[in-house]
Design a protein around this ligand. Structure first.
Ligand code: CMC
Length: 427
């Protein structure tokens, strides 16, 4: 189904084509607008602008629905594995048993980093933020594979995608180990994806590492929950960088930087820091809920609100249920969880949040879970990046497969009109 939209600009009427998605969403194709009327559509922050059609992820923000390739997030979180979700996002279908064992084998065989690349980790100060380290090292990976970087060559792209999925946990774990001043732990090809990550982060060379399978399963689920979220800030960054035909490593490195921001993936770190500030200030939740409503305070309730969800974020719902189980299993009584629960209850009954449809998002509870698992606060956003990686790659591949033009928005210039240059001596 498709239809027409009619638009009048300064008395001139034009007809625009529309596109209707498989779930009935309607997009108006505004490309001819400027040619016909000289006007452009102006939408800072792309609040109401679609940048592409996509087969990857469906979100119904009003009803709190999230699906990857048609599969509900709840079902994937309980029945699938992160590597299977990687395959699903990248290949568009669930793998057969033999396809999956083949994929797993290939990922496992690419987990090592070139020994020379390890030296790069020594160049950062011990307190370097691991997001900066990860972004830098991911970009540097491109220098080791210069014969396989052509974004228009499917074999090069496939190999780069596998290298990235395989190596990002190693890069993340090395950045963590460096920050602790500890010896690096190499990948263990006997372990699954999440188990290998945990071992590389938490094992010591002097001791046998006992992997807690339940914790590994939990981390795997967290990765699944973060695996894609359609045209978010970092995915859009990855797509725009890819639209210039930059290679996949460079594009993903840019995505990691975009994710780092506290309005985006960096919010999980900010949530924990906020909860700690509230705890240190006597756990006065009412004070901070009020502060979040005061525009002049500059304070926002981190982990609350979302551009697309105007209902409970389905990932936050799953995490909110998960957090109790994790703390019980690990026998942890975290006072920050009590503060988080109070904040949520208070905000959800406060007209400011209700009227604006501000609900907890994915970052609200994930940090408490990471903390319970012993993951330090500045690694939270790295955990998000590890999860989001297959989504970024899938979005990048689709951008190129659809042959989309370079991402290059227009603007409305509001600066000075033409004026003569005044020599410095006369100013
Ligand atoms: N605390 C207090 N007020 C808020 C919040 C919040 N967390 N979020 C939005 N608002 C208010 C905002 O002030 C505005 O009020 P008004 O209409 O009176 O001007 C209204 O709600 C709409 O907010 P917005 O900033 O126009 O919405 P947006 O879609 O541009 O921004 C957001 C979405 C996620 C950046 C924003 O909600 C926010 O800053 N949240 C806190 C940071 C956060 O948790 N980010 C993680 C997002 S989910 C995971 C991810 O993307 O990585």
């Amino acid at each position: 189904m498709s239809g027409k939209a009619t638009l009048s600009v300064n008395g001139q009427t034009i007809e625009l084509d529309t596109v209707v998605g498989s779930e009935g969403e309607v997009g108006i194709i505004t490309k001819p607008l400027r040619g016909a009327t000289k006007a452009i559509s102006l939408d800072p922050g792309f609040v109401n602008t679609g940048s592409c059609t996509s087969d990857i992820t469906y979100i119904d923000g009003e009803n709190g629905v999230l699906r990857y390739r048609g599969y509900a997030i709840d079902e994937l979180a309980t029945k699938s594995s992160f590597l299977e979700v990687c395959y699903l996002l990248l290949e568009g279908k669930l793998p057969s048993a033999s396809e999956f064992s083949d994929y797993k084998e290939q990922i496992t065989r690419h987990t090592l980093l070139h020994e020379d690349l390890k030296k790069m980790f020594d160049a950062f100060p011990a307190n370097a933020h691991p997001m900066a380290v990860c972004s830098s090292v991911v970009c540097a990976l491109s220098t080791y594979y210069q014969n396989n970087l052509d974004p228009l060559n499917p074999e090069h792209v496939d190999l780069s995608a596998k290298r990235l999925v395989a190596k990002l946990p190693t890069i993340a774990a090395f950045s963590y180990k460096k920050s602790r001043g500890q010896a690096l732990i190499y990948p263990d090809n006997e372990l699954d994806y999440a188990g290998n990550l945990l071992k590389m982060m938490f094992a010591y060379r002097t001791e046998k590492y006992e992997l807690d399978e339940d914790v590994a399963k939990l981390v795997d689920t967290l990765l699944i929950l973060h695996a894609d979220h359609e045209q978010n800030c970092s995915a859009t960054t990855v797509r725009v960088v890819g639209s210039a035909h930059a290679n996949l490593f460079a594009s993903i490195s840019a995505g990691i930087c975009a994710l780092w921001g506290p309005r985006h993936g960096g919010a999980n770190q900010s949530v924990l820091e906020m909860l700690q500030v509230i705890a240190d200030d006597g756990a006065d939740v009412d004070k901070y809920v009020a502060l979040a409503q005061d525009r002049d305070s500059g304070f926002r309730l981190m982990g609350f609100g979302h551009r697309v969800y105007k209902n409970y974020d389905p990932r936050a719902r799953i995490l909110g249920e998960m957090v109790e189980k994790v703390l019980t299993k690990l026998d942890i009584n975290d006072p920050l969880l009590n503060i988080a629960r109070k904040l949520e209850a208070h905000a959800l009954s406060d007209s400011y949040f209700v009227d604006r449809k501000l609900y907890p998002n994915v970052d609200f509870y994930s940090g408490i879970i990471y903390r319970a698992l012993g993951i330090p606060t500045n690694m939270f956003t790295v955990m998000f990046a590890l999860g989001r990686l297959p989504g970024w790659i899938a979005q990048w591949k689709e951008q190129l497969a659809h042959g989309l033009p370079i991402g290059r928005p227009r603007q409305i210039y509001t600066g000075e009109n033409l004026r003569p240059y005044v020599p410095m001596s006369e100013r």
